[in-house]
Design a protein around this ligand. Structure first.
Ligand code: HEM
Length: 293
């Protein structure tokens, strides 16, 4: 990583330093990328379209109430990876840094180019997170299709977009000490591809109860001698006929998946943000929008 300070707004300099930290030989599968993608998504996926609260402004996970949400377990690793970048480019807000890191990680893993714009602001205390109960809004992996619809419709997404976003599970793995689930979804979890959909729709997944009592689905790959896994929510994408149409389409057509994923991921990063014609954010956090309590 460079140690040279940058001018305010020089996001390319920040991008370069994020790229430089992605390779982490001692960590998981050798990359910080997957956990950075999860950080970007969890910082945005709190959005509630009905109240115009939550979303990617604020970087509320720095405070205990949101950071301590059990859904966010393990994301401190992602935040720690990014601290040296923040130190060299102190002008960037955490909310911009976290979302930019997710976009860069996807691109560097061989995924599509993600449109990303800066300008987010950080909360200066936890008042809004507490007042608007920002914790408890992320999906619960033990549930099924109804739950996914409830949570993602609340963010303003539709069925096709729910499936496209879920394709991010081609990256990374589950950790017993974070979510309770264990293992990677695919054999090459640092490469962005449509492999998740291919495996989900073609392999025979068997239920397995871990020693902790957590239930997931597994497939033992003889070739690589690796046990792959699916969450109950992943399996529900296949069981639900409307979701399954998209699982099969994305499994068969990598280009279509990349196009749809790039579009929906960049909109995920924009949840809770309003911009003027020049791209400047007009709500300094998500409370100057429509909702006043
Ligand atoms: C990891 C659940 C959607 C990206 C995980 C983990 C769980 C989970 C339980 C394992 C965490 C751990 O133990 O470390 C869910 C559920 C979703 C969902 C229930 C609802 C559909 C998404 C979306 C994205 C995403 C929309 C991004 C667009 C990731 C990534 C990881 C991950 C990249 C791997 C993190 C790592 O390797 O550390 N997810 N997720 N997930 N999720 Fe999701």
């Amino acid at each position: 990583m460079s140690t040279s300070k940058s001018q305010k707004g020089d996001f390319d300099a920040v991008r370069a330093d994020i790229k430089a930290l992605l390779k982490q030989p001692e960590y998981d599968d050798g990359s910080a990328g997957p956990v950075l993608v999860r950080l970007a998504w969890h910082s945005s996926g709190t959005y509630d379209i009905n109240t115009d609260t939550g979303g990617s402004n604020g970087a509320g996970m720095r405070y205990e109430y949101e950071g301590g949400d059990p859904a966010n377990a393990g994301l401190q690793h992602a935040r720690v990876f990014l601290e040296p970048v923040k130190a060299v480019h102190p002008w960037i807000t955490y909310s911009d840094l976290w979302t930019l890191a997710g976009a860069v990680a996807i691109e560097e893993a061989g995924g599509p180019k993600i449109k990303w714009q800066g300008g987010r602001t950080d909360y200066v205390d936890d008042t809004k997170i507490l007042k608007h109960k920002i914790a408890g809004r992320l999906p619960d992996a033990t549930q099924g299709a109804d739950h996914l619809r409830k949570v993602f419709y609340r963010m303003g997404f539709n069925d096709q977009e729910i499936v496209a976003l879920s394709g991010a599970h081609t990256l990374g793995r589950c950790h017993a000490d974070r979510s309770g689930f264990e293992g990677p979804w695919v054999n090459n979890p640092t490469r962005f591809s449509n492999q998740y959909f291919k495996l989900l729709s073609t392999l025979e997944w068997k239920p397995k109860t871990l020693p902790s009592g957590v239930k997931q689905f597994v497939y033992y790959d003889e070739d690589t001698e690796t046990e792959l896994m699916m969450l109950p929510t992943d399996m529900s994408l296949l069981a639900d006929p409307k979701f399954a149409v998209w699982v099969r389409k994305y499994g068969a057509d990598k280009e279509l998946f990349f196009e749809h994923f790039a579009d929906v991921f960049s909109r995920l990063m924009e949840l809770g943000i309003q911009r003027d014609a020049n791209g400047n954010i007009t709500n300094t956090d998500n409370q100057l929008g429509g909702y006043i309590s």
